[in-house]
Design a protein around this ligand. Structure first.
Ligand SMILES: [Zn+2]
Length: 68
Protein backbone atom coordinates (compact mmCIF):
# COMPACT_ATOMS: atom_id res chain seq x y z
CA UNK A 1 0.00 0.00 0.00
CA UNK A 2 1.50 3.35 -1.03
CA UNK A 3 1.79 6.31 1.36
CA UNK A 4 -1.05 8.54 0.05
CA UNK A 5 -3.40 5.57 -0.04
CA UNK A 6 -2.45 4.68 3.53
CA UNK A 7 -2.91 8.27 4.79
CA UNK A 8 -6.35 8.57 3.22
CA UNK A 9 -7.38 5.14 4.41
CA UNK A 10 -6.41 6.00 8.00
CA UNK A 11 -8.10 9.41 7.89
CA UNK A 12 -11.38 8.01 6.61
CA UNK A 13 -11.46 5.30 9.24
CA UNK A 14 -10.78 7.78 12.04
CA UNK A 15 -13.24 10.42 10.78
CA UNK A 16 -16.69 9.02 10.09
CA UNK A 17 -18.90 11.04 7.77
CA UNK A 18 -18.75 12.01 4.14
CA UNK A 19 -15.90 14.21 2.97
CA UNK A 20 -15.13 15.67 -0.46
CA UNK A 21 -11.82 15.42 -2.29
CA UNK A 22 -10.85 19.05 -1.55
CA UNK A 23 -11.43 18.77 2.20
CA UNK A 24 -9.74 15.38 2.27
CA UNK A 25 -6.72 16.82 0.46
CA UNK A 26 -6.46 19.62 3.04
CA UNK A 27 -6.93 17.18 5.92
CA UNK A 28 -4.14 14.82 4.83
CA UNK A 29 -2.00 17.58 3.31
CA UNK A 30 -1.75 16.10 -0.19
CA UNK A 31 -2.47 17.67 -3.60
CA UNK A 32 -6.14 17.23 -4.63
CA UNK A 33 -5.04 15.50 -7.85
CA UNK A 34 -3.30 12.80 -5.84
CA UNK A 35 -6.27 12.44 -3.50
CA UNK A 36 -8.73 12.03 -6.37
CA UNK A 37 -6.49 9.34 -7.86
CA UNK A 38 -6.70 7.42 -4.59
CA UNK A 39 -10.44 7.96 -4.12
CA UNK A 40 -10.97 6.77 -7.70
CA UNK A 41 -9.26 3.50 -6.78
CA UNK A 42 -11.28 3.25 -3.55
CA UNK A 43 -14.44 3.30 -5.68
CA UNK A 44 -14.03 -0.44 -6.23
CA UNK A 45 -13.21 -1.10 -2.57
CA UNK A 46 -16.15 -2.33 -0.51
CA UNK A 47 -14.66 -0.81 2.64
CA UNK A 48 -15.46 2.67 1.31
CA UNK A 49 -18.48 4.28 -0.22
CA UNK A 50 -18.28 6.98 -2.85
CA UNK A 51 -21.43 8.85 -3.68
CA UNK A 52 -22.90 12.19 -4.67
CA UNK A 53 -23.74 13.87 -1.39
CA UNK A 54 -23.05 16.73 0.99
CA UNK A 55 -19.55 17.08 2.42
CA UNK A 56 -19.67 17.15 6.24
CA UNK A 57 -16.80 19.67 6.26
CA UNK A 58 -17.55 22.31 3.60
CA UNK A 59 -21.27 21.50 3.11
CA UNK A 60 -20.87 21.46 -0.67
CA UNK A 61 -22.84 18.96 -2.71
CA UNK A 62 -20.35 16.92 -4.70
CA UNK A 63 -18.71 13.49 -4.88
CA UNK A 64 -17.98 12.49 -1.31
CA UNK A 65 -16.39 9.45 0.30
CA UNK A 66 -16.52 7.73 3.66
CA UNK A 67 -15.40 4.51 5.25
CA UNK A 68 -18.33 2.10 4.94
ZN1 LIG B 1 -15.68 19.42 1.53
Amino acid sequence: MDAPHHLINEFLRQHPGFICTDCLARAVNLPPSQVSMVTHRLRSDRAFSLTLGVCSHCRAERTVIKAA
